[in-house]
Design a binder for this molecule. Sequence first.
Ligand code: UT7
Length: 325
Amino acid sequence: MGQLRSVIAGVGAYLPPGVMTNDDLAKIVDTSDEWIVERTGIRQRHRADPGVATSDLAVEAANKALAAAGKTAADVDLIIVATTTPDLTFPATAAIVQRKLGAPIGIAFDVQAVCSGFVYALSVADGFMAAGRSQCALVIGAEEMTKLMDWSDRGTCVLFGDGAGAVVLVPQEGEGTTDDAGLLGFALRCDGTKQDLLYVDGGPSTDGQVGKLRMQGNQVFRHAVVNIAEAVTAAAADAKVAVSDVDWFIPHQANLRILNGVANRLGIDEAKVVTTVDRHANTSAASIPLALAEAVEDGRIQRGQLLLLEAMGGGLTWGACVIRY
Ligand code: UT7
């Protein structure tokens, strides 16, 4: 029996032009290029200027994704922005993106699942598509993580960056098999008891401040590889594919050691892992669509190939999804 699938019609990404190298950071905190590269794989990160908002990055990425899909803003009936760095406490950044794009009245809201936000947002959009409630959706991961940094904390400020990535989803009738194009399976997780490992120490209903990012990095690291591998296995089972069938593994870009650790645990060849962490650092919900866009634009990812996306972040949240591109 046929099944409505959410198919990626186009991808796009945007990085603000400002670049901070590890040597730039070594002038601010007690760190070194050698330590950062060895422990994380990060060599540089992009940083948005003051006055440039998350929605500005999102709009740039969205316009590229729309062009790649052969669509215009007028076609969009659903906008989901995955972000943990919204322009304002409200309205949702998605509503601001809708206005800036000139998209018509439709559905627009944000998803807050921190670094796992893009995977969560894809699954939410897939629900609308599968129910026939959207004909053209923009799912965007957009972040300005540098604006949440405590620039005196070398354990966090060297890890994060700014950027945005977007996909355009359209519904397509499939056969209900693993050969269908589109989103094939998900596994989403949250363990709220691990909040203290990674959080921002401010908010509108507590201290009325934006706050700064706090992380017990080595504790998060300990959870990452095991939890992510479990979610990847579960997403593959949900999609009814084998992890070994995957053509491209597109992980959240937090730390090269985590990316490769997950790949090794799952028996995935490191050559199949799309890696941008060296140049982008950790851009939270933006990191997966940024990596996806890079590998689509440079021709690595081809139509018909099987993609596996995974992420882990504050919450703790984590998850994975399988897509036939
Ligand atoms: O996207 C959300 C998910 N986040 C993550 O997945 C991040 C997960 N965690 C990590 O990536 C790693 O834990 C870090 C990169 C954050 C840290 O690496 P680590 O190997 O776990 O180091 P550590 O935190 O255990 O610290 C080891 C040492 C400490 O010094 P002492 O106590 O051994 O003297 C730190 O103070 O490294 C020190 N250190 C630094 N040294 C130079 C911590 N940050 C820095 C730094 N430069 N930037």
